[in-house]
Design a protein around this ligand. Sequence first.
Ligand code: KL2
Length: 674
Amino acid sequence: MIGTVLCYVLLPAARLLQALRDAFFTYRKNVLLAKSPSTQIEGVFAATRGRSVPEEQEALLQQWLEEGVGNLPASESVPAVRRVSVSLTSDWLEGSELLMTSLSDLNTSPEVTRCADQQHSELNALASSELQDHAVAELARLPSEETVTVAGSAPWAAVVPQTDHQTAGCAGINVEVLNDDPAVLAWSLACDAETVPPVLPAQPIQDAVPFYPVPTEVPYHEILWRDWEDLSVQPLKQVSKNTPLFEFRVMSYNILAQDLVEQGLDLYVHCHPDILNWNYRLPNLLQEIQHWDPDVLCLQEVQENHYWEQLEPTFKEMGFACFYKRRTGTKTDGCAVCYKHSRFQLISLSPIEYFRPGLDVLNRDNVGLVLLLQPVLPEGLDLKAVSPLCVANTHVLFNPRRGDIKLAQVALLLAEIDKIARTTEGSYYPVILCGDLNSVPDSPLYKFIRNGELSYHGMPAWKVSGQEDFSQQLYSRKLLAPLWPSSLGVTDKCQYVTLSQPKKPGRREYSRDFLLQFRFCDVACERPPQLVLLEGVTDAKPDRPADWPKPAAMVKDPDPQPFVPRCSGVIQHGLNLTSVYSHFLPQRGRPEVTTMPMGLGATVDYIFYSAEPVESKAGRRLYKDGALKLLGRLSLLSEDVLLMANGLPNPFCSSDHLCLLASFGLEISSLRES
Ligand code: KL2
């Protein structure tokens, strides 16, 4: 009887449920892919529903071409631009099957070899201690017969910043590969890759596929390949061989807090639930970070319990010193900055809370961190031969309508950077500003950071970040001057009041305490002769208390401020920051993307760094490198490529953001400041 019920009722019901779930994933994936403007990858991927490059992309290209080399990606200098090939057939794989195929690929790949380094086994153990049972259980369900060959190496392994990085990425990490953890295997593949990029086998071009080009294989590691762009060899870059450089790599990564996944599951309906599991994502994220081996790591959306229980202990093992600032209020995530203690020493640390009670423009719970780091030079070289480096990290408010708050948050961060990075001579130490700014390139907020100035008065608040267009809405909040009250103690030049410009003669503002001192001074106690005498009103003579200080003993106002009218509606800063990324992929003719909310690609993450302004074109500053030189960066991807991998997160990339990675050189033996 029980057997009959099982066979004829429960089993078919379970199958039906599974089929429905798979159909849903397939539908979502189709929707995502249908949104993809083009599927061309380097001309190899035969597109069947190509869309012409829209005007704004052409404008970006134009701008990129005009900008000169200061911010150019090194298209000519990248040694061998790799072509991504994807083979197509007209069949869809069902959603969950797709994922399982890829995972079983990784699991069964003959390419996976074992490294045996203590450090990395500890990492795996730490990252997946309580998780192994889960992973084993999940993998037991994988269809073992569906195996597809995995190409020789993972994308991030093929092109490497420096030769030592390649070895650092692998040899330093020797892994006891846990075959039952697909994520660990994914990154182990990266680990085992050879130094030289592999030449991928030529793939057939299918130029007559009806409707959507349909991958039967999803070789995530190929689709998501990211080239390392060596910018040090650009002819105009002027990285002099004679000037020794302190080289270091900086990563910025929004790792997607698990609580935010769980509170916003609607945003991740395109993902198989298994890949959203923190137990799946954590080892993947850790291995990605370990592979790229940054010297400075700026993370956003770091959940507090994950930080203290898993991330910080692991990062310590990896040689990082770590600092964390949780968001205020009830939010459970925050920002972390870690640096290799073999490469830097901490000079100062400033956690920043943007929340200011009573101020509407600063009533949100976002935070930032600003560090001043002293690079550690090899033995025999004086530490002072290289300038300190200021590193800032932040995650700005998401709300697309509240650009006013975003701007005020950025202004506070810039004021803190100004305080930390300013030298006694009034110039600045080199600054690297990382973060998720929840604003797109060329938005007013972006322009403010890059151009050092923004006229905001009257601007609709939604325009500031460029995330969404709310122009059709009847009511829109407008930005009015001043953006924040003077009581905040931050000037329109984004400097703390006590640190503002050299005093100019003219009108000044004095503090209340300073003025109160004059209550009983001789002049105040003397009755002006013209004053009409009114009994009980103007006949009183102030009684100076016995212990009231004599005028000579009065303190001077330590810092009378020049009076600056704050109704100009213009904010400025003096940091001279430019972006590591150009926000455009010239080889693909498409914008770069750092995140994929709901399948739509956008750039909201940045690494800005100090440079020297050379000129301005139509209000846009051009820069060249100063004491801090951009030597290379990990290329970003475009929206269409990410859609082929089912958006973000996917089985291979475990956040809804891509990591940003840049290599810098800081001049040694010169205390030149930018
Ligand atoms: O854009 V983000 O995602 O940097 O990846 O930063 C925020 C958003 C993050 C922290 O607040 O949570 C996400 N719709 C979509 N995403 C949201 C929303 C929302 N209403 N609110 C917060 N986030």
